[in-house]
Design a protein around this ligand. Structure first.
Ligand code: UDP
Length: 480
């Protein structure tokens, strides 16, 4: 229970589920393991906010959630403004709201944590003279690229995607130009410049970077932060791999049509198909996917969304539209597949679904939270990257961790045909290659769960951070 002795941490998230989910998990873990009280500030846009669909932590005594008043950036953008720019602007406009929310608190916070699109608000923590951290919600590898991109910017001329060969990142797996993050696709776009700025600010303005990864998944890259001189020269603050900020849920006894259906399926027999909080396929690709699933004759559970209508910004904030399925699914699909498939409109309880013993594979857009949720449930993947840093995640899952199959050509370049989809699904669900990936996912699961168990490395790192914070708290209180 909360008392004045508990440390009080303020955590700030941007509106998308990919950030809200891990920041809430961090607040919960601080409460559970360390008795830390936290206030989670959620930036909202008033349109479609992920914070409405994401379930809040149960440790209500210690975790308070505050939805900030909606931010309106409509006068700052135009229809071609890219997603990352929208997020940076949203977080910039939220800074005064963050300042007032903290000013209104009965006790000044002892530390501040923000997701990486929100580096501007680190200045608020600096004004208060409290320790400040960035929660980098993706891989150590993507962090390494982000930190090193300002150097690549000086070294390399022309567009990265046109470069022959690979982009070398000191001490890390090189990045194929076709896999670079969306922010690096066009060096003339504003989002690239925002990204360069972020690469510098996450380390220059913070006292530390919390990473949603662990040694069991990214040992080599984490070593580079400590040992590689070129990497150390761009890293100004310590890195704390405290992830995965997720774990498989225990059987919740959640009653729903979906869980009833899953309960009736054989163990590891169902492919879960879902493309994250914002992934939407084209109409043509949705139809092709349906044919591929049907041809594979495997059981599936598909979180299906109406196809994209052309506006790229839709990817992050899907509506709660329940579309007329027959417009974009092959005629009669749901009737023909009734015995083996279940269609769930728009949104599913992903963590609960992945933890269900009937699930044997996950066709995923490879958002990092989804990848981690799959791994901690021991579920191998079909890697189908769509946006942000997902192409890198897909390569990492397939090549380094060897827990994923993927299409021969990136789905962002070319439509994936039904025969290839059938083949991937069968490989994952029926063949020994798929079983080898499942075994591997289970090994990684063990390593990841050991990292986050009580007394594990993640716990130790968090204790170390709190030990750093405590004495500063005394000084801060004296200044008041
Ligand atoms: N999610 C969910 N149900 C859905 C879609 C997404 O619960 O139907 C959750 C998912 O479990 C994950 C988060 O939303 O925790 C999405 O984060 P991720 O990094 O995988 O991808 P993003 O949505 O940021 O691209």
């Amino acid at each position: 229970k909360s008392s004045s002795n508990n440390l009080h941490v303020v955590l700030l998230s941007s509106p998308e589920a990919g950030h809200v989910v891990p920041i809430l998990a961090l607040a919960r873990r601080l409460a559970e393991l360390q008795g830390v009280r936290s206030t989670v500030l959620l930036v909202t846009t008033g349109v479609h906010s992920a914070s409405n669909v994401v379930s809040p932590p149960r440790e209500n005594g210690l975790v308070e959630i505050v939805r900030l008043p909606p931010v309106d950036i409509s006068s700052l953008v135009n229809p071609s403004t890219k997603v990352a720019t929208l997020l940076y602007l949203t977080m910039q406009e939220a800074v005064p709201l963050v300042r007032s929310a903290i000013a209104a608190m009965d006790r000044r916070p002892d530390a501040f944590v923000v997701v990486y699109f929100g580096t501007d608000s680190l200045r608020v923590a600096a004004e208060l003279n409290i320790p400040k951290y960035v929660l980098f919600t993706s891989t150590a590898w993507f962090l390494a690229l982000s930190l090193y991109c300002p150097i690549l910017d000086e070294k390399i001329k022309g567009q990265y995607i046109d470069k022959p060969g690979q982009l070398d990142i000191p001490g890390c797996k090189p990045v194929r130009p076709e896999d670079v993050v969306d922010m690096m696709l066009d060096r003339d776009d504003q989002q690239y410049h925002e990204y360069l700025r972020m690469g510098k600010e996450i380390t220059a303005l913070s006292d530390g970077i919390l990473l949603n990864t662990c040694g069991a998944l990214e040992a080599e890259t984490l070593q580079a932060f400590v040992k590689n001189e070129a990497m150390k020269s761009v890293l100004k603050s310590p890195v704390y791999p405290i992830g995965p900020l997720t774990r498989p849920v225990e059987r919740t006894g959640l009653k729903s049509e979906l869980m009833d259906w899953l309960n009736k399926q054989p163990n590891q027999s169902v492919l879960f198909v879902s493309f994250g909080s914002g992934g939407v396929l084209s109409a043509e690709q949705t139809t092709e996917l349906a044919w591929g699933l049907e041809q594979s004759r495997q059981r599936f559970l598909w979180v299906v969304r109406p196809p994209k209508k052309g506006h790229v910004n839709d990817v992050f904030f899907p509506d709660n539209i329940k579309g007329a399925e027959d417009d974009y699914l092959p005629r009669g699909f749901s009737i023909r597949t009734k015995k083996i498939g279940l269609l769930v409109p728009t949104w599913g309880q992903q963590v609960e679904i992945l933890a269900h013993p009937s699930i044997g594979g996950f066709m995923s857009h490879c958002g990092w939270n989804s990848a981690l949720e799959s791994i901690v449930s021991g579920v191998p993947l079909i890697a189908w990257p769509l946006y942000a840093e997902q192409r890198m995640n897909a390569s990492y899952l397939a090549e380094e961790l060897q827990v994923a199959v993927r299409p021969e050509v990136l789905p962002t370049k070319k439509m994936v045909g039904r025969d290839e989809i059938e083949k991937m699904v069968r490989t994952l669900m029926e063949h020994k290659d798929g079983q080898a990936m499942r075994d591997r996912a289970n090994q990684l699961r063990t390593g990841a769960l050991n990292w986050i168990k009580e007394g594990g490395s993640s716990h130790q790192l968090m204790s170390q951070i709190l030990t750093d914070i405590r004495p500063k708290r005394v000084i801060a209180t004296k200044i008041e």
